[in-house]
Design a protein around this ligand. Structure first.
Ligand SMILES: Cc1cc2nc3c(=O)[nH]c(=O)nc-3n(C[C@H](O)[C@H](O)[C@H](O)COP(=O)(O)O)c2cc1C
Length: 314
């Protein structure tokens, strides 16, 4: 059923209608190095014995360490820890850099200022499709009054700070269209498909987030013209994509593929795939437009050749 990217995407979105908190699951590797990943698949399981569960993707680089180690900790993030969640969900070289973590009583890393933590022994691993269920036996735990960070339809929310409301404004998502020699850089979307290098716009704003995104790809590239602005209404996200001509450098994530529709078959986001198809066609024709609309429909405004005059569409 889910061998079609569209169906897989629809199922992910359906799962996303379930509001959750956000956790960072941590452990130490054999050399004592801290490991961790963001997870919202946490659930309490049993009081006697005290058990909890969290699921880890088989594709995670952390899979071997978490499924065969002596244990792990679940850190329930507090409202102000959205940035920590993003760090532990992205390919950051050292996710613990600048974090003052402490080993818990059972040994796994405990993050500061979390709403609660549970330090667990690995009780059981149950393989389940493309994930494994990690059952942890709670050896020690601590809870604080700090309100937890929420996650709903692919967006964070802060229930207490916003007095119980889900956010009113959409999250802003920026994508870098890194182009070179008729090719474009596509990366793993973390769920078996492909995507553009994409990030949620942080506190520093869109331009800084785009620069960080380019730097993370390890390429020599410059932010270029705006290419697409669209709203994904269901996911409450505003997407902005910029063309970024790349020169030299070997990508540290993803790979360049030909700018042709056949290369985009594994791009799971339908709106993104439509945008890439347009880019392929416009590159072939040699003239470009800017898309404004939502995830389903909108209009492409041609890029004005001369100076933009008052009253003309921008
Ligand atoms: C809010 C949120 C929840 C996530 N939940 C899970 C999860 O439950 N299990 C999982 O394996 N990955 C989950 N991910 C994705 C991982 O955090 C991310 O793909 C992973 O850290 C990538 O790095 P790694 O697999 O190389 O460790 C989640 C990401 C986010 C942003």
């Amino acid at each position: 059923m889910t061998d079609q990217p569209d169906t897989r995407r629809a199922l992910r979105d359906a799962f996303g209608t379930f509001m959750t908190g956000v956790t960072v699951v941590t452990a130490l590797d054999d050399a004592g190095k801290p490991l961790g990943f963001t997870a919202n698949s946490f659930s309490s399981v049993s009081l006697d014995p005290p058990l909890l569960l969290v699921q880890i993707a088989r594709t995670s680089v952390n899979y071997p360490a978490f499924t065969s180690g002596r244990g792990f900790a679940v850190n329930i993030l507090s409202e102000g820890q959205k940035d920590i969640s993003n760090t532990f969900a992205r390919p950051v070289a050292d996710r613990f850099a600048g974090i003052d973590w402490q080993p818990g009583p059972h040994g796994a890393p405990i993050l500061p200022d979390v709403a609660a933590w549970f330090d667990c022994a690995l009780h059981q691993v149950v393989e389940a499709g493309d994930h494994a269920i990690l059952l942890g036996r709670i050896e020690a735990f601590h809870a604080t009054p700090a309100p937890g960070l929420g996650y709903y339809r692919g967006t964070y929310f802060t229930p207490v700070a916003t007095q119980g409301a889900v956010p009113t404004g959409p999250d802003i998502i920026v994508s870098a269209i890194l182009e070179r020699d008729g090719q474009v850089l596509l990366c793993d979307d973390g769920f078996g498909g492909l995507t553009l290098p994409t990030a949620r716009v942080g506190r520093d704003g869109t331009a800084a987030t785009l620069q960080t995104l380019i730097a993370q790809c390890g390429l020599n590239a410059a932010p270029g013209p705006l290419y697409s602005v669209y709203e994904d209404v269901a996911r409450r996200q505003q997407h902005i994509a910029f063309r970024c001509p790349a020169t030299d450098g070997t990508p540290s994530r993803g790979a360049f593929v030909d700018l042709a529709p056949a290369s985009f078959a594994d791009v799971t986001d339908q709106a993104l795939r439509t945008m890439l198809d347009r880019l392929a066609e416009e590159t072939r024709m040699g003239n470009y437009g800017i898309y404004f609309g939502n995830q389903d429909a909108g209009q492409v405004a041609p890029v004005a050749a001369g100076p933009i005059e008052k009253g003309q569409p921008r």
